[in-house]
Ligand binder design. Sequence first.
Ligand code: SF4
Ligand code: SF4
Length: 473
Amino acid sequence: MTLLRRGEYHAFDADGAPYVYLVPSAGVFRLDDTSAAVLDALGEQDLEPSELVRGLSDRFPVADLRATVEDLLNVRALRLVDRPVEAPVASPPRKRIPLTTLVMNVTSKCNLACTYCYEYGEDKIVEASRKPRFMNEETARQSVDFMFAESGESPMVHLTFFGGETLLNFKVLKSALAYAKERAVTLGKTVDTSLTTNATLLREEIIDWIVENDVGVTVSMDGGREQQDKFRIFSNGMGSYDVVLPNIRMLLERHRRRPVGARVTLTKQNLDVESIYRHLRDELGFWEVGFAPVTTSWQRDYAIQEDGFEAMLGQFQRLADEFLQYALAGKHHGFSNVRDTLEEIHKGMSKAYPCGAGLGLMGVATDGDVALCHRFAGSDSHKIGSVTGGVDRGKQEDFLMKHHIANKTDCSTCWARPLCAGGCYHEAHTRYGASERPNLHYCEWIRRWTDTCLQVYGTLAERRPEYLAQFDG
Ligand code: SF4
Ligand code: SF4
């Protein structure tokens, strides 16, 4: 006898309307009254279809109920108990994924000594002393050649400069970008460039170059003076706020063609998300502000503990609500954590891997070694090639097999897995010593945050669907 069982979905409410996030397809659906009643009546029990239909036949026509059960089976919100659920199988992508983003670590040196930095702090994975501190011009050119060679048919590539403090190697940035532009013209491609900086070294000449070359900029900054100077300090202990402030004002004043963003690292001691946002967005004028909890092992003094995650979530939710009100009113809001998740939801992302590391995104170390991403650049155990020798396909495939969501058994029953896929490899490496492990320390947080973003998404779908059209394509 065939029984019906609940399929894999997460139900949520958006502006009073019932919605579901369907895990197998990563689709978002608004339930009509009949579908909502069917899912509700079935709940967690197994029922024969005829029994389910009979139980609701005083409220809905039987033909409608039968058709609805069929539809819900098709989208896998329901399933038949005797039909086994296909377990995902780890397999590398069938086609070679072109490289779309190359992150070039032009230096591993930094002029700040931020206590929590994964590159210098207690959690570092790269033995910097064995690598040159600065990338030289030749390696930078070879990196550009590698980027285009690996980009396959992609008409556009993103070149991102990273550090250490990126601007300590401004000379190489300039020559690498000039070379990348020249090669792009020859190859008939476009190169989009961005950099991340702590803003201590921004000066007129550099800002002129940024503006002239249309370089996207992300500033690593933790908030107002008191917040910034807790951890973002020079090696003599002096805070960096007063140094970066005039530079940032000059950058924001002059660099008008591309939005400039701030990226904040949250720690146990710096968790006042709303006041940081107000300062960076409203007082300084950054176009957007993104927040990430510090990546560290849980024993560190600055690691965010459970109560901290709770406090962070409450503030994220309030800012998400503000984001929604702005979006409904047709105004820009700069909380990029919501925007990024809305885009992933809209695109129906169902990830086999949490990010593009080792696939469409790779990081290059100062000596030209290629790693999964910028955070692993320079780590011998995460090396997957070099800019002169190319990608070691065997290593890449081995990495893709090991890190596939199908191998993260703890994630197999989690409704948030199409968007999370186990989380950042670097975080897992820092936390558990193994990049292939799922980041189980923040699952509850991820699910509640994803639920918040789904509610924002559904409310926009109800009340201002045109807002979501910006994520098409
Ligand atoms: S890491 Fe946690 S939240 Fe993420 S997919 Fe796995 S179980 Fe879900
Ligand atoms: S592994 Fe982590 S740091 Fe690297 S690209 Fe992925 S999410 Fe970002």
